[in-house]
Design a protein around this ligand. Structure first.
Ligand SMILES: [Zn+2]
Ligand SMILES: [Zn+2]
Length: 341
């Protein structure tokens, strides 16, 4: 089969690669679309230590089943599927509680980090265990299905947050994940949804996706940490991960409110400890998703969550290297690029 192989840091080759052998509990998926994730773009230069060459990256994919392992039940060749980006072990303490995103033995598809190397879906075929497979609704495309991982991050964040009907919320940072959080909050029955960002275009999209109010902040304030944003919402979602925006999220909630932390650009931020303690705030970390894919696929299928808006291009796998470079350069306006093997 053909695969897009990261040969050296920032150096790709489209080459012949062995079709992965499947275990008894695995299926072989013929990949139809696979998204380039930010973690792939930042990983390809070696800075994250999680894409050590040679590796076939790619963990946001959809396709059809081409082959079935001897112990697989309930699936057949030709079924349209997507799968978790992470292979959870299914047997550890966390997996048995359904907290598969916290699995002790998790292996992300398309990652090589020294501890393991698991080839991913920038290839014609990828092998995945049955326990992470999900059926794609008939009315959505492979491209839409490949966006499910991003939707699941937003859904998981919202699911972890205590929200009553008609709750007021703020979403700090409206990149793709922030915009998905806005859409999921609307579907979740929130009342006031305030979107906050630096970028007018993204705020405009936020309004279209259900934000009832937008707040534009300025880069200077962000840098100086002089942002003031105090509204007293029930819950804030921080989808950036910088000191100033974390502070802003904490400032924006009412006494007894909650702040859900999704962004993690910086490994460490300063915490306004007394504000959190004396106002009895709840801080919630959230990472990935834990089996929310079926709900996410339904949200896409029913049109309650729009993912098509985020798909910037769907080039063939052969053009992968140049699209990686364009994303690496931070080309403005590029959101999700899906490669088609
Ligand atoms: Zn990803
Ligand atoms: Zn596990």
């Amino acid at each position: 089969m053909k695969a897009l192989v990261l040969k050296e840091f920032r150096q790709f080759a489209l080459e012949d690669f062995p079709v992965p052998a499947i275990q008894a509990d695995e299926v072989l998926v013929r990949v139809r679309a696979c998204g380039i994730c930010g973690s792939d773009v930042h990983g390809m230069d070696g800075s994250s230590g999680r894409r050590i060459p040679p590796i076939v990256m790619g963990h946001e994919a959809a396709g059809t089943i081409a082959e079935i392992g001897s112990e697989v039940t309930g699936w057949k060749k030709g079924d349209r599927v997507t799968f978790d980006s992470t292979v959870s072990c299914g047997v550890c303490w966390y997996c048995r509680r359904g907290e598969i995103n916290l699995c002790d033995n998790r292996r992300v598809l398309g990652v090589s980090c020294g501890e393991y190397r698991r080839h991913g879906a920038f290839a014609e075929f990828v092998a995945v265990p049955q326990r992470i497979l999900y059926r794609i609704p008939t009315n959505i495309t492979y491209e839409q299905a490949a966006m499910v991982e991003a939707v699941s991050v937003a859904v998981h964040a919202v699911e972890r947050t205590p929200l009553t009907l008609n709750a007021s919320v703020a979403v700090i940072g409206t990149g793709m994940i922030g915009l998905l959080v806005v859409q999921v909050l609307r579907a979740r029955g929130c009342g006031e949804i305030i979107a906050v960002d630096l970028d007018d275009g993204k705020l405009k999209l936020a309004s279209r996706f259900g934000a009832t109010q937008t707040v534009k902040v300025h880069a200077d304030d962000l840098q100086k940490g002089t942002l003031r944003f105090t509204t007293g919402v029930d819950a804030a979602f921080e989808v950036v991960g910088l000191p100033a925006t974390v502070k802003m999220a904490i400032d924006s909630v009412r006494k007894g409110g909650s702040v859900t932390l999704v962004g993690n650009l910086k490994p460490q931020v300063e915490l306004p400890l007394q504000a959190v303690v004396t106002r009895e705030l709840t801080l919630i970390g959230t990472c990935g998703s834990a089996g929310e894919y079926p709900a996410c696929l339904d949200l896409i299928a029913s049109g309650k969550v729009n993912v098509t808006e985020f798909i910037s291009a769907t080039p063939p796998l052969a053009e992968g290297a140049q699209w990686f470079e364009r994303l690496y350069a931070g080309e403005k306006g590029l959101m999700k690029v899906l490669l088609k093997p």
